[in-house]
Ligand binder design. Structure first.
Ligand code: HEC
Length: 364
């Protein structure tokens, strides 16, 4: 037994070593666009005293991909238009670019030009980010919605191999004024104009925090009415600012544009379980699990059922078997996707469950 385990460990160590030797550099250009309004030029610096081969893989939000490989001379620099690197991805939408190489010591930037601006170029620059800088909480320091003139769009990239469940919070005048939830597929970018992300609840200048269950990267993109762009990388921060403190929020005024960032188990989650799950999960018979009102909470939070796996781990959807059982990707569980035979829950209901888990799976 012991020898077997030692052998396995040394194999794993070798594998890990080969893995890292294959990609000494792993970097992300969060957003590149090659449209009639915005062109991009990609720069990669080779700070080594020998030539480096780099592979650039572009991925659109839609999942469309293209790849280019270039050799960069010792102490040299690649400067190439996105349209020449990725001719198949011309036109909208833009894309994220992953840059990998067996060489270490690479860096880079992207310059986006407003090609329809009065000057015909109006350049703006942002840095290429090491994939290892990805973090679960990101700050986007300056954004705006109308009536501030121009347009603003945060870009988020999920460089991990698992889909990311992301909540975006908008802050204005010392308050958390709106939130929005998205699933960003593995390897893909997400972007939209701020007024589409937060259709109500925030006007003018604000800042935004993204909270994700997978490490993510980001960049902010703003441009004026002359289509002159400007960019800055998002910053990793250690916790989500919570101006609501302990006073439970104050409800907002009609619609859901208020401060309602907290999901309630009693008002939001249990009614969903009762409607969608309890028809089967009334007794302990289905998977050993009752999700009926009064029983569900005590049966799931830090509890196991027939699978023997923790059903809800507060703060961690991906360690929550109940959450995994709701996914179309069945590789993470045994048996069928829940609710059994009825497809995937609607996105807003998935978001309710995910947020409740992320907020600590409280009995609130
Ligand atoms: C049509 C009946 C039916 C509905 C509706 C249903 N389930 Fe299930 N569920 C089952 C059956 C049968 C099993 C056991 C077989 C399996 O795991 O696939 C099960 C198993 C499970 C398990 C695994 C328990 C364990 O530890 O093994 C979880 C978690 C679960 N269901 C959650 C839910 C949730 C959450 C909903 C509502 C969104 C739901 N189910 C709706 C029939 C149903």
């Amino acid at each position: 037994m012991k020898m077997k385990r030692n052998l396995l460990c040394s194999l794993l160590v070798i594998c890990a070593f080969i893995g890292s030797a294959m990609a000494q550099s792993d970097m992300v250009i969060p957003w590149v666009s090659n449209t009639s309004s915005f062109g991009s030029s990609i720069t990669i610096n080779n700070l080594n005293d020998s030539a480096a081969t780099v592979t650039l893989t572009a991925t659109r939000p839609t999942g469309d991909q293209a790849t280019a490989t270039r050799e960069i001379a010792a102490f040299g620099q690649l400067v190439e238009e996105a349209g020449s690197l990725f001719p198949s991805l011309s036109g909208p939408p833009g894309f994220t670019v992953r840059v990998t190489s067996s060489a270490s010591n690479l860096a880079g930037a992207v310059v986006i030009n407003g090609t329809e601006s009065p000057s015909g170029s109006s350049p703006s620059q942002a840095n290429v980010v090491p994939a290892s800088d990805a973090a679960s909480i990101l700050l986007f320091s300056y954004l705006f919605t109308p009536p501030t003139s121009g347009f603003a769009a945060p870009v988020l990239v999920n460089p991990s191999a698992t889909d990311a469940n992301v909540t975006l919070y908008a802050y204005k005048d010392g308050l958390r004024v709106a939130d929005a939830r998205y699933v960003i597929p593995a390897g893909a970018p997400f972007t939209d104009l701020t007024q589409n992300i937060f259709p109500s609840g925030v006007e003018g200048e604000f800042y935004m925090v993204a909270e994700s269950d997978q490490p993510i990267l980001g960049v902010v993109f703003i441009f004026n009415s002359s289509l002159e762009p400007s960019m800055a990388n998002a910053t990793a921060i250690s916790s989500v600012p919570n101006p609501d403190g302990g006073d439970g929020g104050d409800g907002g005024d009609g619609g859901d544009g208020g401060t309602g960032s907290t999901v309630s188990f009693a008002n939001d989650v249990q009614p969903l379980f009762s409607r969608r799950c309890a028809s089967c999960h009334t007794s302990q018979s289905r998977g050993g699990l009752s999700l009926a009102a009064g029983a569900a909470f005590g049966n799931i939070v830090n509890q196991t059922a027939d699978s023997g796996r923790i059903l809800i781990t507060p703060g961690s959807p991906n360690d929550s078997y109940l959450w995994l059982k709701l996914q179309t990707d069945s590789s993470q569980y045994t048996g069928s996707q829940m609710p059994q035979g009825r497809g995937t829950l609607p996105q807003d209901e998935m978001n309710t469950i995910m947020t409740w888990i992320n907020e600590g799976a409280a009995d609130n």
